[in-house]
Design a protein around this ligand. Sequence first.
Ligand code: ITT
Length: 185
Amino acid sequence: MKLKVITSNPGKVAEYQRSFDHLGIEMEHYKLPYDEVQTSDLAEVVDKGMDEIISKGVRNFIVDDSGLFVDALKGFPGVWSAYAQKTIGNKGILKLMEGIEDRGAEFRCCIGCDIEGQRIIVTGICRGTITESETGDGGFGFDPIFTHGGVRTFAEIPVDEKNNVSHRGNAVKLLIEEMKRRGLV
Ligand code: ITT
């Protein structure tokens, strides 16, 4: 079986491929821009995005809307994560966090999967902390400033290790459970 991963982000595709390898499901990077509705609810963005993609005749795909929610910044950048990453970047987030002791944050990932005419939407969370500086060359986005275990950042660990604990990995676990429950895999 093959699923399209509809995203502009090749890092997401690599993570999905590792997560679905053991099921023999192949991930195909598919670029198709779709509107991301302005809402504070990741699942709503995904649900509306899926309607639009299906209306263009594309089926059997995954879409993923994710974000970093920092406690001390009242959830910022949250639904504005892509914009924040492009504008102020990781250095800008670290700057906003200067002198702040509460470094708590969480990544959230909402996955929408269209498979054999069925729709599954799941959300995964990963709690962690914002580091004092950027570390590591792996991963993407906010990975160099986020640590789950308090030592290495997501940019310093292999994809499999990130998938074991990450927001996306946790969402994938729920997705696979639901696929199995429905007899789709
Ligand atoms: P698409 O919307 O095209 O899928 P994107 O990278 O813009 O790609 P999101 O809107 O879901 O994806 O992500 C918002 C931002 O959060 C973006 O800058 C990502 O790089 C970042 N992000 C998402 N997941 C992440 C992860 O696992 N690790 C680090 N940063 C992540």
